[in-house]
Design a protein around this ligand. Structure first.
Ligand SMILES: Nc1ncnc2c1ncn2[C@@H]1O[C@H](COP(=O)(O)OP(=O)(O)O)[C@@H](O)[C@H]1O
Ligand SMILES: [Mg+2]
Length: 266
């Protein structure tokens, strides 16, 4: 991974299309036309008394049973625990993909659980990046097009979204793979495209659910390295569910879940 170009230095982010379009942003509508590749830093996330209950077979299953924790801006933490303890549910709820049953989640002091559905969708696209165990790339689109998606949803001009995606893919070592479709990429490359897509809009929170669970050891290790590098370069807050002990011991903080609760924070 040493050959990859760090994002922190502005020189590596210069792209002809970006340089020309950035100048137009002041007159454009909010967001549209913005291609500033700013380092936006990380969200301060506060979770209070969070519960999630699913109705199942005529009864209620309490999957999250009252979680309290905080992620400081730019912090990188892992979530560990046996299968079925609620790790994925926690990520879904934190990521606003699913509403909690009770409790609150705030980002930089703003309660996301009380936002309207339209507002929360916009907020999610802009502020939260997801990486899952399976890449969920669209098979009929190229790596570049897949990575552009959050920009198109935000209604960035197509060339701005493409420019951003190209920079991000190049940063992740995929400059030579822009026009490949997912089926023409290795598992590690597919996951890096998914990571590029997740990071396209420089989310302030990155949620990853066993992102290397499907990769071989070496490829997984390279991917872990990328998470650490990107955390340093972009400063986003990262919460990563993992069964990989090597990764978990390397993250500055670990949240251990058992039976729908966080039983240990270290
Ligand atoms: N939509 C759902 N409906 C009913 N039960 C669910 C639903 N989603 C998850 N669960 C249950 O919640 C528990 C925790 O699941 P999950 O969060 O996926 O655990 P983990 O990611 O730690 O393996 C499991 O028992 C699972 O069956
Ligand atoms: Mg899971």
């Amino acid at each position: 991974m040493a050959s990859l170009t760090p994002l922190g230095a502005t020189t590596t982010l210069a792209h002809p299309a970006m340089a020309t379009t950035t100048a137009t942003t002041e007159t454009g509508p909010a967001q549209a036309g913005t291609v500033a590749v700013d380092v936006r830093g990380g969200a301060h996330v506060e979770v209070r008394s969070l519960t999630k209950t699913f109705p199942h077979g005529g009864r209620l299953i309490e999957v999250l049973r009252g979680l309290d924790f905080e992620l400081r801006p730019g912090e990188m933490a892992s979530v560990v625990g046996a299968s079925g303890v609620g790790k994925s549910t926690l990520l879904q709820v934190l990521g606003t993909l699913d509403a909690p049953t009770e409790g609150s989640i705030s980002f930089d002091g703003v309660d996301v659980t009380s936002m309207t559905p339209a507002r929360v969708a916009e907020f999610r696209n802009r502020e939260i990046g997801f990486v899952f165990q399976f890449h969920h790339l669209l098979p009929e689109f190229t790596a570049l097009e897949n990575a552009m998606m959050p920009g198109l949803i935000l209604r960035l001009p197509r060339r701005d979204a493409a420019a951003r995606a190209e920079v991000m893919l190049a940063r992740l070592g995929l400059a030579q793979r822009l026009s490949h479709r997912p089926g023409e990429l290795s598992g590690g490359e597919q996951q890096r495209v998914a990571l590029a897509r997740a990071l396209l809009l420089r989310p302030r929170l990155l949620l990853a659910d066993e992102p290397t669970g499907n990769l071989d050891t070496k490829t997984g290790r390279d991917m872990h390295e990328l998470f650490f590098e990107l955390n340093r370069e972009l400063g986003m807050t990262i919460l990563i569910v993992t069964h990989n002990d090597e990764l978990a011991t390397r993250t500055p903080r670990r949240l251990r879940m058992a039976d729908g609760l966080i039983v240990e924070q270290e």
